[in-house]
Design a protein around this ligand. Structure first.
Ligand code: GDP
Length: 139
C-alpha cells in the first residue's frame, strides 16, 4: 500500500450545515491523518483557477459561483492509498448515486452541492495541494 497525500475540501454547503467536525472526525476514524487544515472563503477568481480543468463546461459558472458562495475548509489528508480512500469515503459525484453512509450521501443535496471535494490522482493532488498550501504548512 502506498502512503500518499491528497487534497480535500469541505464545500460551502457542508460548512453551512455545521458538519465540519463530523467530516474531519470521519476522515480520522478511517485512518486518514490531517497534515494541514484551514478555513478560507474563495473569491470567484480563485474558484475559477482551482477548477480550470472544467472551464468551458456548461456547469462551470454555477460551480465557481457555489464554491465562492461561502467559507470552505481546505485540507491535506495523508494515509495508505489516501486518494482512493478519500474518494471511497466521499462517494459518487452525484449524491443520488452515492452509497449509503458516504459523505456525499449524508451531507450532499445534489450534484452541484455535493459537500466535499477530493483529488482524483497523484498529479492532481500535488497541483491542488500547492494551490492552497505552502510546503512549510504541511506537517
Ligand atoms: P468529482 O471529482 O467527483 O468532484 O467530480 P468532477 O471532477 O467530475 O466535477 C467537479 C465538480 O463539479 C463536482 O464535484 C460537482 O460539484 C460539479 N459538477 C459536476 N457536474 C455538474 C453538473 O452537471 N452541474 C453542477 N452544478 N455541478 C457539477
Amino acid at each position: 500500500m502506498a502512503n500518499e497525500r491528497t487534497f480535500s475540501i469541505i464545500k460551502p454547503d457542508a460548512t453551512k450545515l455545521g458538519v465540519v467536525g463530523k467530516i474531519i472526525a470521519r476522515f480520522e476514524s478511517e485512518g486518514l491523518r490531517i497534515c494541514a487544515v484551514k478555513k478560507i472563503h474563495m473569491s470567484k477568481r480563485v474558484a475559477e483557477g482551482f477548477y480550470a480543468v472544467h472551464a468551458g463546461r456548461p456547469f462551470f459558472d454555477e460551480l465557481t459561483d457555489f464554491m465562492s458562495s461561502g467559507p470552505c475548509v481546505v485540507m491535506v489528508l495523508e494515509g495508505d492509498n489516501a486518494i482512493s480512500e478519500n474518494r471511497r469515503i466521499m462517494g459518487a459525484t452525484n449524491p443520488d448515486d452515492a452509497d449509503e453512509g458516504t459523505l456525499r450521501k449524508l451531507y450532499g443535496a445534489h450534484i452541484g452541492n455535493n459537500a466535499v471535494h477530493g483529488s482524483d490522482a497523484p498529479e492532481t493532488a500535488a497541483v491542488e495541494i500547492a494551490y492552497f498550501f505552502a510546503g512549510t504548512e504541511l506537517h
